[in-house]
Write a protein that binds this ligand. Structure first.
Ligand SMILES: CC/C=C\CCC/C=C/C(=O)SCCNC(=O)CCNC(=O)[C@H](O)C(C)(C)COP(=O)(O)OP(=O)(O)OC[C@H]1O[C@@H](n2cnc3c(N)ncnc32)[C@H](O)[C@@H]1OP(=O)(O)O
Length: 311
């Protein structure tokens, strides 16, 4: 399908000679979206299969050429926890789709129903060196920048539990459809003695409002699908087997809006937070590294892991 995909610079050049190129040129110049704008070569992708960006198949991508809708399936059993490899694959995949001119939307979901994503892989921050933890955090930042700053319509098809980093992924999308039933979603970081970073807190505030976000973050609340809908943390519920179909229908509605106006509007509202993280990236890495490697936090993480195993 794609032979190879070029980075933003090449797209800028291609768009500048196409009809309407002037507007897009201005758009790219103004918003400089994506984590970096350097010329890059990205890996290839098949129409209905795996993404060749990593040695494992932890992220599966399929794209409908006619509609330009890509489905990105997280595939890291048993619970799609976000380890370093997953973060790199997700970022690479988001950037690849971003730079594919024929792609207009992405649906993010789990290959394994019942768990959308269990959040960060806790083992990646347990008894690891400060340098390792810092590099891990930067991978999360870069993945988030590529999803939150995407020009595409981004839809989370939350077909199962979505705690912590799973909720972070969902919040970075434009719209959230969640499976009905006993599944939970929320930012439960404080339960692990962790503090959500400013950019994650801000997306929660932006989605559910200050009061509810402040409370949810302080107590590390995990909400059922029904409660999440009531709070506005998700936008729609569907039976688990229908989540993907409902997401596809919803995306098609969004795609009736002209891409350019929609994407410029999205960037206008997201640019301040994207810029803030870009500006404070090193400070944010340092905070995470120092907090997470503190002995008292390591003991809390150990206890949390033991609780999980004993479940
Ligand atoms: C300073 C800034 C700090 C933080 C900001 C960061 C933003 C994000 C932070 C995070 O994401 S921290 C991670 C928080 N995640 C959780 O609390 C979720 C924990 N997991 C669960 O609640 C459940 O596993 C579940 C997702 C509801 C799924 O339940 P299920 O019954 O289907 O599976 P089970 O619990 O048996 O798990 C299977 C297997 O996987 C291990 N596991 C689960 N989650 C994680 C994880 N996040 N990281 C690593 N490993 C995880 C679990 O222990 C089991 O292992 P076992 O088979 O060896 O026993």
């Amino acid at each position: 399908m794609y032979s190879f995909i070029l980075g933003n610079e090449s797209i800028k050049m291609a768009l500048s000679v196409s009809a309407g190129g002037r507007v897009w040129r201005k758009f790219f110049k103004t918003f400089n979206f994506g984590p970096n704008s350097a010329l890059k070569r990205f890996p290839t992708c098949t129409a209905n299969g795996r993404l060749y960006s990593s040695s494992s198949d932890n992220v599966l991508v399929s794209k409908d050429e006619k509609s330009g809708i890509a489905t990105v399936r997280m595939n890291n059993p048993p619970v799609n926890s976000l380890n370093s490899a997953m973060l790199v694959s997700l970022r690479s995949c988001f950037e690849e789709l971003e730079n594919d001119k024929s792609c207009r939307a992405l649906i993010l979901t789990s290959q394994k129903p019942k768990v959308f994503c269990a959040g960060l892989d806790i083992l990646e921050i347990y008894r690891k060196s400060p340098d390792y933890v810092a590099q891990f955090w930067e991978k999360l930042q870069d993945m988030w920048l590529s999803l939150y700053g995407s020009r595409l319509v981004t839809m989370a098809a939350i077909n199962g539990h979505s705690p912590a980093g799973g909720c972070l992924l969902s919040l970075a999308c434009d719209y959230r459809i969640m499976a009905e039933g006993k599944f939970t979603i929320g930012l439960n970081e404080t339960q692990l003695d962790l503090v959500a970073p400013f950019w994650l807190r801000q997306t929660m505030v932006d989605v559910i409002g200050y009061r509810q976000a402040e409370m949810a973050l302080m107590i590390g609340a995990l909400y059922t699908s029904n409660k999440a809908l009531q709070l506005g943390l998700v936008d729609k519920l569907a039976p688990i087997e229908d989540v993907q179909t409902v997401a596809e229908e919803e995306v098609k509605n969004w795609l009736k809006i002209p891409d350019q106006a929609r994407a410029i509007t999205k960037m206008a509202s997201r640019k301040p937070l994207l810029d803030e993280l870009r500006k404070r990236k090193q400070e944010d890495i340092q905070t995470f590294r120092d907090e997470t490697t503190r002995e008292s936090v390591q003991i809390s993480i150990q206890q949390y892991l033991e609780k999980l195993k004993a479940k």
